[in-house]
Design a protein around this ligand. Sequence first.
Ligand SMILES: [Fe+2]
Ligand SMILES: [Fe+2]
Length: 236
Amino acid sequence: MKLSPVNKLPADVHRRQFLAAGAFAIISPLAVWSLSPAAALTGYTKTISALKRGVMAETAAHRRYVLFARLAKADGYKGLAYLYMALADSELIHAENYNRILVKLGEFPVEPEIRGIPAGNAKENLIFAAEREVDSIEKTYPTLLKSMGSEGYHDAISVIRYSWSSHKQHRDIIKRIRRWSPSAFEMVARKIDEKTDRYYICRICGSTVTRLPREACPVCGEPPLSYRLVSPDQFL
Ligand SMILES: [Fe+2]
Ligand SMILES: [Fe+2]
């Protein structure tokens, strides 16, 4: 699925997107500026490079989902908007995790600027989101892990694996919707509006669930207290 540039979006969304570009051109500024590099560690050049590429990819995904959420909301698809907001929150945690490890390795956190995010109509965006999730599971994370070679920096491997696992959750959530949507998108999208799930995100790993785990996060193993309920307006 190839999407068009955002210049065909409704004027109101355009305006808000422009404003947001100023506010969120860098990821979570407070989180980034609170990080100060530790003494540089040597021997982790491949790991550092992989983490930097990871921040770029996660930040792009975060911005894309925020945009999809705004568009869905503008078109009246409240349920889809809330889903995208949850996914955007998860992506932000992935990016922040990599930046935290970069700092441990003596690097400054990466503050990527993401421009020209493509978007289409509600149905196209949902299909695109599903395709990108599958792509990240099959290509992005295996490639990142492989590119670190034998450097074996445990914390870096852990956070990338956290992201990989939570993307499988994203894929499964979208799949449940997409299973019905090719032939009856409108009906399904409206049904989601009527019966919207609650989304919870683990602040440690970005795990994305619709019911709180009873004992521990299925991805990172932390207690359920590590989860936060996503607000439908979180990034608006
Ligand atoms: Fe991610
Ligand atoms: Fe977790």
